[in-house]
Design a protein around this ligand. Structure first.
Ligand code: HEC
Ligand code: HEC
Length: 265
């Protein structure tokens, strides 16, 4: 799950199937056609984005927008200093990276590479399964790391807990599968965050849950035949047990959680 978060902020612009072809080993051309691997962008993504953005935004290192106006030689010298962070860089790699940073299309190239990596990663997952997702939501199927079932706090079509918002139309609200998968996986919502940091939701689980949410027809909300009706009584118990656990957990690990929460911001 970390993996997707790291690849993460980029959006999945193209469905996995589009990248089914294996990577070939063509040398990076200055203007890389969309379907060929952009090796410099990949290198930048895997070696540099941990510390640098291509904008002005500072991470561990400075944002590289100002440096993009430097002459190639000066950039090469700066990048050479990065060997202490990323290991040896050959001269042609220095040139390629410098030219990449100077390319005005670099942000798009980086975004495309990010999408491809994410697609490759998602392609390794089992296909989305709405029935599994429904089970994870309602709690009839446990989450791998022991997190609370979503229904302890959320309802769908009016059934479930009410500590969190009703999630009936969440697929559309979040803007589709990729943002929703990422939101569920990160669970970076104030009240949810402390609980799921200790019990992370896996990417695979987020994929099933998202598939489930995608199949809910917001208009059929009230009339929907509810599988939660069956779980009704159990759910109330789950809610209580869940909240008790949740609050107890909160109290015990407050120090650590605060630190984690803060670091995420
Ligand atoms: C572990 C963090 C880290 C990694 C990884 C890293 N850098 Fe840096 N980078 C820094 C820091 C800190 C500075 C500022 C200090 C310096 O220039 O040595 C910097 C400075 C730079 C500069 C000069 C920018 C300026 O405005 O001063 C460039 C260009 C640069 N890095 C490129 C890269 C490239 C390309 C990669 C990947 C191959 C990379 N860096 C990997 C931390 C990192
Ligand atoms: C402990 C209670 C709790 C549990 C369990 C929980 N959530 Fe939440 N969730 C919340 C609350 C409360 C919010 C509202 C934002 C906030 O303050 O955290 C929220 C917000 C959300 C949102 C954003 C909703 C919006 O309209 O913006 C999504 C999506 C979401 N939760 C999905 C899930 C999923 C999927 C699960 C199960 C894996 C889950 N939640 C489990 C309490 C919970």
């Amino acid at each position: 799950m970390l993996c997707l978060a790291v690849l993460g902020s980029g959006l999945l612009a193209t469905p996995p199937a589009a990248f089914a072809q294996g990577p070939t080993t063509t040398a990076p051309a200055p203007a890389t056609p969309a379907d060929e691997p952009d090796l410099v962008a990949t290198r930048f993504l895997t070696s540099c984005t941990g510390c640098h953005t291509l904008t002005e935004a500072k991470l561990n290192g400075p944002g590289l927008a100002p440096a993009s106006t430097w002459p190639v030689d000066q950039l090469k010298t700066a990048i050479k200093r990065m060997e202490k962070n990323v290991g040896p860089l050959k001269d042609e790699e220095l040139v390629a990276l410098a030219e990449f940073i100077k390319d005005r299309k670099a942000p798009q190239r980086l975004g495309a590479e990010q999408a491809k990596m994410q697609a490759r990663f998602l392609a390794k997952m089992a296909p989305p399964d709405a029935v599994l997702g429904a089970g994870l939501f309602a709690g009839s199927r446990g989450l791998l790391h022991g997190g609370l079932a979503c229904a302890a706090c959320h309802s769908v079509s009016g059934k479930g807990g009410n500590l969190g918002p009703d999630l009936t139309g969440i697929f559309t609200k979040m803007g589709g599968a990729t943002p929703l998968i990422s939101a569920i996986e990160k669970a970076n919502f104030k009240i949810m965050a402390p609980h799921y940091q200790r019990h992370p939701i896996t990417t695979q689980e987020a994929i099933h849950l998202t598939e489930y949410f995608s199949k809910i027809d917001p208009k059929a909300a009230v009339a929907a035949p509810s599988r939660f009706a069956l779980a009704g009584a159990g759910l109330a118990g789950l809610l209580l047990a869940g909240l008790t656990l949740y609050l107890r957990g909160q109290r015990q690990t407050r120090g650590r959680d605060t630190k984690l929460t803060r670091r995420r911001k």
